[in-house]
Design a protein around this ligand. Structure first.
Ligand code: COA
Length: 136
């Protein structure tokens, strides 16, 4: 898999990948999410390609202290080949290079498969309660 930063021409393929990975949510407009990320100009949105086709994504946020992972997805037809491990590892490398010391992420506590995936690639469950407030 070739890994590179997202390019605006990738948008349709990426959104279709997120649909196939069940990463789309009715309260998030993926076009707007991508536009907001592009406005950050931080290079923290990576895509993975096999035979010139986008099969993996990862987005990250970095505030100078911690990194956050979002939208980790691998096309169902390409899962269990180490692609998610590879693209997340590349994002970890970028964040470390920028001085990040820890990565956080959120996953539904019912999503056992994804929890197992993250454990396999070195993440552990923090003894914290995640809180949030939605601007609607
Ligand atoms: C979770 C996801 C990204 C994993 O992608 P993947 O490319 O199949 O993962 P990898 O092949 O890199 O797997 C890395 C390790 O995790 C394990 N793993 C992956 N998915 C797993 C699952 N569902 N259950 C148990 N273990 C799993 C692999 O066996 C592998 O273990 P190993 O290195 O010890 O052999 C993919 O299943 C996906 O896109 N799911 C839908 C989107 C999603 O839920 N994303 C997370 C949002 S929080």
């Amino acid at each position: 898999m070739q890994i590179r930063t997202f390019h605006p021409d990738d948008e349709a393929a990426v959104i279709e990948l997120w649909r196939r990975c069940d990463l789309l949510r009715p309260w998030n407009d993926p076009h707007q999410d991508i536009q907001h990320k592009m406005n950050q100009k931080d290079g923290l949105f990576l895509v993975g390609l096999v035979d010139d086709e986008i099969i993996a994504t990862v987005m990250a946020g970095y505030d100078g202290h911690r990194g956050w992972l979002y939208l980790v997805g691998v096309d169902p037809g390409h899962q269990r080949h180490g692609h998610a491990r590879a693209i997340v590892t590349e994002m970890e490398r970028v964040l470390r290079e920028r001085g990040g010391r820890k990565i956080n992420l959120q996953v539904r506590d019912t999503n056992q498969g994804v929890i197992e995936f993250y454990k396999r690639i070195g993440y552990s469950i923090d003894p914290v309660l995640s809180m949030g407030k939605r601007f609607t």
